[in-house]
Design a binder for this molecule. Sequence first.
Ligand SMILES: NC(=O)c1ccc[n+]([C@@H]2O[C@H](COP(=O)([O-])OP(=O)(O)OC[C@H]3O[C@@H](n4cnc5c(N)ncnc54)[C@H](OP(=O)(O)O)[C@@H]3O)[C@@H](O)[C@H]2O)c1
Length: 302
Amino acid sequence: MTTTPETFVVGATGLLGSRIVTSLLDAGAPVRALIRPGTAGEKQAALKALHSRGLELVEGDLTDPAEKLADAIGGATTVVSAVQGGPDLIVDGQLNLVRAAEKAGAHRFIPSDFAVDITKLEDDDNFMIGWRRQAAVAYGDTGLEVLSVLNGAFYEVMIGFMGIVDWKAGTVSHWGDPEQPLDLTSVADTAAYTAAVALDPQAKGTHRFAGEVVSMRQFHQALQRATGRTLTLRTLGTADELRAEITRQAGLTQNPFDYVGLQYQWCMVTGKAKFDTLDNAKYPHVRPVPLEDFVREAAPEA
Ligand SMILES: NC(=O)c1ccc[n+]([C@@H]2O[C@H](COP(=O)([O-])OP(=O)(O)OC[C@H]3O[C@@H](n4cnc5c(N)ncnc54)[C@H](OP(=O)(O)O)[C@@H]3O)[C@@H](O)[C@H]2O)c1
């Protein structure tokens, strides 16, 4: 008989972490979640409403001393990180969390990776992915089973703040080869797969999931079908020209967040961070939403 592992989630107030919590609860698994002291009343109320479904909240911070964090983890066997932030959080904070998980006697750790195939990149291809790669090296000596979940790009990001789709102007702008396949998944489906991995006692290593694998041309066509709108597909330049544009922008700003969206696009349009295989079939109960259905619901009104 298998037992359902108890999970501890950090980042439960966030976009993805909140969905991971509900996916775990939907699966009937009790969850312990860390919330920061002073978390806004609205966010806290939303989580407190899940108490009757099996969510227990504990106050703390990823940067707390490992002993304190270990107390927060309690008897959980699987620790899930869905935090977002700088290297203080992604590298040092997650290392601290792993050390705390070791102290608490947990067995498994799911880091806040949730990206394109970070194993295939160099640290400087994308500075945010670089931090995740540095974190993996930092906790590389852990006895915990590290279960990395990769999802490509969120559908939400592709039609939202990545700057690819300009709904007002009616354009879809891309760099590189429009036939290059891209791995894309919704936030909710990424959370559902993460919960499936967290609750699978056989899970090992890196898992790669995609709601859909589509080229930029197919992405453009799906958007048109979903909205009934005619959108213009614009080519901004080759992948090499994109790399040059990133270098140019890096020379103009002290803030790398100004051009990280372009770094993500470069990783995707070159195919460098494309998944070689998918693990969707391991969890057939997760039925990812097709891109077109997602866009039909999520696209802004014309
Ligand atoms: N593949 C993609 O397209 C894509 C797109 C977006 C994000 N992601 C990834 O998804 C993951 C989660 O991102 P997100 O957008 O869901 O992040 P988010 O909405 O910004 O949430 C971040 C979470 O981290 C928590 N946090 C921040 N600092 C903390 C600390 N010191 N101690 C404890 N908790 C702390 C926040 O808590 P508070 O509420 O207290 O601030 C919040 O719950 C990241 O790995 C991110 O890179 C992937």
